[in-house]
Design a binder for this molecule. Structure first.
Ligand code: SAM
Length: 295
């Protein structure tokens, strides 16, 4: 079953959290003088029209990136991420590349980049992007974005299964984003099983797992199960912005579990999360959690 379309949710509070963390992880990786492989097991379409009929159905982006868009008082890490999204909203130059932002310029918010596009803006020509997406339409869009790039490969395959053949990478440096739709309950167990197998093959990789904060036992148990895969060397951040609805449904927030995080990440999140929680709160009980067990 592939009914999930990320276009309905692009730029919402969960994307903001996930992509803020991703940008900081990738910035750290490119700061070292050694190429690496970025593996996105559930890549999505790569970019989304926010003014199109799909995104306009729920307008979730308004309570996410929309709340940060034109602000002049963003903390530096948030400004870094928002400026990347703003660049994605500029018309490409003649060579197809996205131009740099002019100082003080804020384009209208019309597009939201998916994780592959944020990675593409940050990675060097020597790094590689390996992008997996199973949905035929999203895989086609992704291939149209990245198909012509020498450093990128787009594969319409099961991203969980693909991790086996990806690891260990050559050279031995990689960031893996595991960002399923959790459309079927089996995704929770597949995340745990694939992370376990990935770590057996390549223990030193940087792994990021996103998960939704929803009222189902598998989601609640997931962070604990992930700490079982890697008893040490992990960081877990969660942002709760809303209350579940009266039936107990709805996305209250989301979390990111990072295995082998950059040593700088905990401090960055400790500075960022109180501010972010306040900005993205949809009710008085909004909160965040950061926990870590260093390696
Ligand atoms: C949450 S979205 C990804 C969003 C993207 N990582 C981002 O941050 O922009 C999850 C995607 O996984 C795709 N998908 C679902 N099952 C998959 C599988 N087994 N392998 C690869 N992609 C899958 C869905 O079609 C959907 O586009």
């Amino acid at each position: 079953m592939l009914a999930y379309r990320h276009a309905f949710h692009a730029g919402n509070h969960a994307d903001v959290l996930k992509h803020l963390v991703l940008v900081q992880v990738l910035r750290y990786m490119v700061g070292k003088d050694k190429p690496f492989r970025y593996i996105d097991t559930h890549a999505g379409a790569g970019g989304y029209q926010l003014k199109g009929a799909v995104a306009q159905k729920k307008t979730e982006y308004r309570e996410g990136i929309g709340r940060l868009w034109s602000r002049a008082d963003l903390p530096p890490l948030v400004a870094d991420y928002v400026q990347l999204v703003q660049r994605f909203n500029l018309p490409p130059a003649e060579d197809g590349r996205l131009p740099a932002l002019e100082k003080g310029m804020t384009p209208p918010l019309a597009l939201y980049p998916g994780s592959p596009s944020l990675a593409s803006l940050l990675l060097t020509p020597f790094d590689k992007l390996h992008l997996y997406e199973l949905h035929p339409a999203d895989a086609r869009t992704l291939a149209a974005h990245f198909g012509g790039e020498k450093r990128s490969r787009v594969m319409q395959e099961d991203g969980f299964a693909a991790l086996k053949k990806e690891l260990p990478p050559t050279p031995r440096r990689a960031v893996v984003l595991i960002d399923p739709s959790y459309e079927t309950v089996g995704d929770y167990s597949r995340v745990v099983a694939s992370l376990r197998e990935a770590v057996q093959r390549f223990a030193e990789g940087v792994y990021m797992v996103w998960y939704p904060q929803v009222s189902r036992v598998e989601a609640v148990q997931l962070p604990k199960r992930l700490t079982g895969v890697a008893p040490k060397g992990w960081l877990h951040v969660r942002l709760t912005v809303a209350q579940p609805d009266q039936q107990g449904f709805g996305l209250a927030g989301s979390g990111v579990f990072i295995l082998n995080p950059p040593y700088t990440l905990h401090q960055q999140l400790a500075e960022l999360m109180p501010w972010l929680t306040e900005q993205l709160a949809q009710y008085d009980g909004a909160s965040y959690l950061i926990e870590e067990l260093p390696g």
